[in-house]
Design a binder for this molecule. Structure first.
Ligand code: NAP
Ligand code: ZN
Ligand code: ZN
Length: 354
């Protein structure tokens, strides 16, 4: 087992500190990846602070977060056919799944009936805890490794592995495209990718934000319009019954029924941001216009590759602020204050190799 430098939360809510982990010896289908960049997702913060204890069976500490991993193949196992040394690759939110259930067979490994093996805060099939991308190296089965588009910079492309696919998948599933009116609620790491992707797919895009601070950015990123959700007229007159699709990336508490009322008949409100507590819904908002309330999680391997190729063709990347590993605790505080434009990405060269 090879020792690898990383940063870990040693217990819930404690700051991240340097920590040495062991990566498994590569098996015949494994790819050993030198991690170059790793995005900082809000889910990293939720989990490092143990805010999902109501949803997950367990939270495993010490925890090395990070599931927006971009790097270069260092070596491959004997039977690896899809990658070779030097390839630019990515790893997202899961590193394995049962491979046999109906969902895995449909390429929806993220919904694996047994349970996908999370990239971190999960357990490998042998029971060993998994550790994520805030580290120098990772060893992953080739079937769960993605190919990065050659024309995109690795730092700005890293967030596609979670933020990108989390928005691309519902946009495709609910047919965002020309003639469809899409709202992105919350302009953060996920939301700004939603704006870029929905725009690239040809939809009419509206940003709903809790302050006016991001208006210029929203329009620059590709939004057609921008509304501040503290304006009561948004809900009573301006946008009532307007949207085909609303993607909610916010985990803070909101009035869900107000947002359902912004949908046309047959429109859908999709939950992406994960609130800590259960959400109250009034049946009438749904029943009165055959509206749907749905949820969506990341995407399968096949769709994630499709999204990366789409981003390569349309030159879609994340707006990133690259930071050294040592600034991670400060970065978490800034994410919590919505003070990031729009994704922190850690430069792993800042982490000593041992
Ligand atoms: P983020 O960068 O922190 O963005 C969240 C956005 O929510 C903020 O930029 C802000 O946008 C809005 N917001 C923050 N505080 C608010 C408040 N008090 N009231 C209303 N809006 C507020 O986080 P992220 O990385 O995009 O992740 C967002 C959520 O998605 C997290 O819960 C994360 O765990 C979850 N997630 C889900 C999936 C999935 O597969 N479903 C995947 C990844 C992440 P404005 O300033 O524009 O209002
Ligand atoms: Zn994520
Ligand atoms: Zn499965």
């Amino acid at each position: 087992m090879a020792q690898t430098a990383s940063y870990a939360a040693m217990k819930p809510k404690s700051p991240l500190v340097p920590y040495a982990i062991k990566r498994r010896e590569p098996r015949e289908h494994d790819v050993v990846i030198d991690i170059k960049y790793c995005g900082v997702c809000h889910s990293d913060i939720h989990q490092a602070r143990d805010e999902w204890s109501d949803y997950l069976d367990e939270s495993i500490f010490p925890m090395v977060p990070g599931h927006e991993i971009a790097g270069v193949v260092k070596s491959v196992g004997d039977k690896v056919t899809r990658f070779k040394m030097g390839d630019e690759v990515g790893v997202g939110c899961f590193v394995d799944s049962c491979r046999q259930c109906a969902e895995c067979k449909r390429g929806l490994e993220q919904y694996c009936g047994v349970q996908p093996v999370r990239t971190y805060n999960g357990r490998d099939k042998d029971g060993a805890p998994t550790y994520g991308g805030y580290s120098r190296k990772i060893v992953v089965d080739e079937n769960y490794v993605l190919r990065m588009p050659e024309n995109l910079p690795l730092d700005a492309a890293a967030p596609l592995l979670c933020a990108g696919i989390t928005l691309y998948s519902p946009l495709r599933h609910w047919h965002a495209g020309p003639g469809r009116k899409v709202a992105i609620l919350g302009l953060g790491g996920l939301g700004h990718m939603g704006v870029k992707l929905a725009h690239a797919l040809g939809a009419e895009v509206t940003v709903l934000s809790h302050s006016s601070r991001k208006q210029d950015d929203a329009l620059r990123l590709g939004a057609d319009s921008f509304y501040v959700t503290s304006d009561p007229l948004v809900f009573t007159t301006k946008l009532q019954g307007y949207f085909d699709l609303i993607l909610n990336t916010v985990s803070a508490q909101i009035d869900w029924n107000q947002y359902l009322d912004l949908l046309k008949a047959d429109g859908s409100l999709v939950i992406l941001g994960i609130p800590q507590r259960q959400i109250p819904i009034g049946a009438f908002s749904l029943v009165s216009r055959r509206r749907s309330l749905a949820g969506s999680a990341i995407g399968g391997i096949r769709e994630t590759q499709e999204m990366l190729d789409f981003c390569g063709r349309h030159k879609v990347v994340s707006d990133v602020e690259v930071i050294p590993m040592q600034k991670i605790n400060e970065a978490y505080e800034r994410v919590l204050k919505s003070d990031v434009r729009y994704r922190f990405v850690i430069d792993m060269a800042s982490l000593k190799s041992k």
